[in-house]
Design a protein around this ligand. Sequence first.
Ligand code: FES
Length: 104
Amino acid sequence: MPGEWHDVGPVDAASEDAPLTVKVGDREVGVYCLKGEYYALEDICPHAYALLSQGFIDGEEVECALHGAKFHIPSGKCTKEPGGRDLARYPVKQQGGRLYVKIG
Ligand code: FES
């Protein structure tokens, strides 16, 4: 898969209840940690404009703080409207205590 890996911070910057909010190039990305696994999702809610990583974590889902849409973190699937569509997912890896997200 083409694309570039981007260093988005130390591994402990994303915790179970506090995702990491980062900007990679012109994209907003939310990096989540669930049971020791990391996931990176498009961060702008497709419904209007809210950063999902600033929303509420409920199990494996994140709920948008603005109108309550929900998305499944491992798959990016919209599980509750008004999300409108699924979220783009990005590959994540850990290396040398840092987190990297692949974009492009
Ligand atoms: S902006 Fe996220 S549900 Fe409306």
